[in-house]
Write a protein that binds this ligand. Structure first.
Ligand code: C2G
Length: 129
């Protein structure tokens, strides 16, 4: 019974997010997703268009996602892995190597990002209309 855990802001939910979540769910039986809080986004240097509540509702409505929870800071992942009995931690490969310290707790996998789409590119294209 593999539980997969991942994290992200998931602002302006798009096919890059969906294709990642679909592949993550296929890795196990359950997928839990940590959604970055608005305060944690500030720490990450991001401002999201949608609030934490809206982003959590949208990702929670995705059929590949079994549960969402709040990501408040960088240091909570080990506690989350233990709390959810996660056996696989996975992220897009823009994070490759950055979470290898989690290997003692669960498998760590980096999946290929979907090319040509990102929240940043959506925002910049919209700002030029
Ligand atoms: N992603 C993807 N393809 C894209 C865009 C995003 O596969 N075209 C993936 C990212 O690699 C990430 C996830 O979708 O695994 C969520 O992306 P973001 O919302 O940008 O998440 P990020 O700000 O990287 O937050 O503690 C970890 C951080 O919270 C990760």
């Amino acid at each position: 019974k593999d539980v997969v855990i991942t994290y992200g802001t998931f602002d302006l939910f798009h096919v890059g997010h969906v294709r990642l979540l679909k592949r993550l769910k296929a890795l196990g039986d359950k997928l839990v997703v940590g959604i970055s809080s608005d305060e944690f986004n500030k720490i990450k240097g991001k401002t999201s268009f949608f609030s934490y509540d809206e982003r959590a509702e949208i990702v929670g409505a995705c059929k590949y996602v079994d549960e969402v929870f709040a990501e408040h800071h960088w240091e909570q992942k080990i506690d989350d892995i233990i709390r959810y009995n996660a056996t696989i931690f996975a992220m897009g490969d823009d994070w490759k190597g950055r979470f290898d310290h989690l290997e003692p707790y669960c498998k760590v996998i980096y999946l290929q990002r979907t090319e040509e789409i990102s929240t940043t590119s959506i925002k910049s294209q919209l700002s030029q209309i």
